[in-house]
Design a protein around this ligand. Structure first.
Ligand code: CP3
Length: 346
């Protein structure tokens, strides 16, 4: 738990305070751009085994903190452990990404209960507990889950990428898709509540596939289920702040910010700070949104980009981050430079 007398800078910003320079963490900060991650990863049979090993997951989450003075750690896991725990087979194809047995090819969709799923996910909570015990008090620990629609997309299609089939199914099998979203809301709420109980200071909802939706579908598939998830978390007694990251929400961003009950808004690369500030309200903490490609490029361009982000968000509470996950092609040296630039930018 955070020390209430000396809350981390990160948590202060999440509670609505403006801090200069802004705190920084990096989406996917543990990952393949780090040679020590690749080494650790080679010790597990599969990516899911890796996620379900508390020792390996804890070590992976600690690796970026040893190199960079980041303000937050994020649990090492994946958004697809929830469908796995609900009983849908999940595997990862090297160099391609996740695969699941697609629901759209099945007549009937049957899942384990949320309670059963949470039992299967106990190694994740053990990793959270270990992590909270091993990181300094002033560093916040972030728990996470996928947004219901994003996870449903993977479950329906069996893969990411083009989401046309998932959207089509949302119309053609509407009642079943709504039930699937309800099941995901309940399982994700219990999953996040268990992470907070184990020591996470805040949680982030990764809604990576919020793009390409008409307003009625955006309300039905994103705003409604996310609002239900936030409400359910509060019912379960979770008071920790909730960051929503609706990647690609675009002009719908204000509806997401105002309609879901989230406490802070994560912004993707294409979202202008000014537009988000106006849509979300001046007091909402905003997180983002440097182009991850600039951390591949490095040098002057990255420096200019980082300074631009710091200045663009200077009008209110801001957490520095990338606009999406760091890529395997980024270098640890560029990340070190980036953290230095942001920390020195006050
Ligand atoms: O450091 C961290 O941010 C914590 C760990 C984390 C992972 N995945 C580890 C991971 C987090 C927060 C995620 C979230 C996640 N997973 C999202 C939402 C964020 C986003 O990027 O949009 C999504 C859509 C997934 C699903 C997923 N998992 C994909 C699409 C992939 C393959 C892409 C790739 O980079 O290969 C994964 C695998 C994955 N999850 C890896 C890592 C480090 C790479 C796999 C490996 O090391 O073998």
């Amino acid at each position: 738990m955070a020390d209430l007398k000396d809350p981390s800078v990160f948590l202060r910003v999440l509670s609505g305070e403006r801090v200069d320079p802004p705190p920084i963490w990096i989406m996917r900060q543990a990952g393949r751009y780090l040679p020590e991650y690749r080494d650790l990863r080679s010790r597990a049979k599969s990516f899911l085994d890796f996620c379900y090993s508390p020792a390996l997951a804890t070590e992976a989450a600690l690796q970026p903190l040893r190199r960079f003075p980041l303000d937050a750690a994020i649990l090492f896991s994946d958004i697809l452990v929830v469908p796995d725990a609900l009983g849908q087979k999940v595997w990862f194809v090297e160099g391609e990404g996740p695969r699941l047995a697609p629901l759209i090819e099945q007549e009937r969709w049957v899942f384990a209960t949320a309670e059963k799923a949470i039992q299967r996910l106990s190694p994740v909570y053990e990793a959270v507990e270990r992590l909270r015990g091993q990181i300094a008090k002033h560093i916040a620990l972030i728990g996470f889950a996928g947004g219901p629609w994003t996870v449903a997309t993977y479950m329906l299609q069996g893969r990411g990428g083009d989401k046309d089939k998932a959207r089509r199914t949302a119309y053609q099998r509407a009642a079943e898709v709504d039930e699937l979203l309800e099941a995901l809301v309940e399982a994700s709420a219990q999953h996040l509540a268990a992470q907070v109980k184990a020591g996470a200071d805040c949680v982030q909802i990764f809604e990576s596939w919020a793009d390409g939706l008409s307003l009625p579908l955006f309300e039905r598939l994103i705003v409604g289920p996310t609002a239900a998830l936030v409400l359910r978390l509060r019912q379960l007694g979770v008071t920790a702040p909730i960051i929503g990251f609706p990647r690609g929400a675009g002009v719908h961003i204000g509806r997401y910010a105002r309609g879901t009950g989230i406490d802070a808004l994560g912004l993707d690369t294409h979202m202008p700070a000014e537009f988000a500030r106006k849509e979300a309200g001046a007091s909402t903490p905003l997180q983002g949104n440097l182009d991850p490609e600039l951390v591949v490029a490095g040098g002057k361009l990255m420096e200019q980009g980082a300074r631009h982000v710091v200045e663009a968000f200077a009008g209110g509470p801001h957490i520095f981050n990338l606009g999406h996950g760091i890529t395997p092609e980024a270098t640890p040296e560029h990340v070190a430079d980036l953290v230095r630039i942001v920390k020195g930018a006050a």
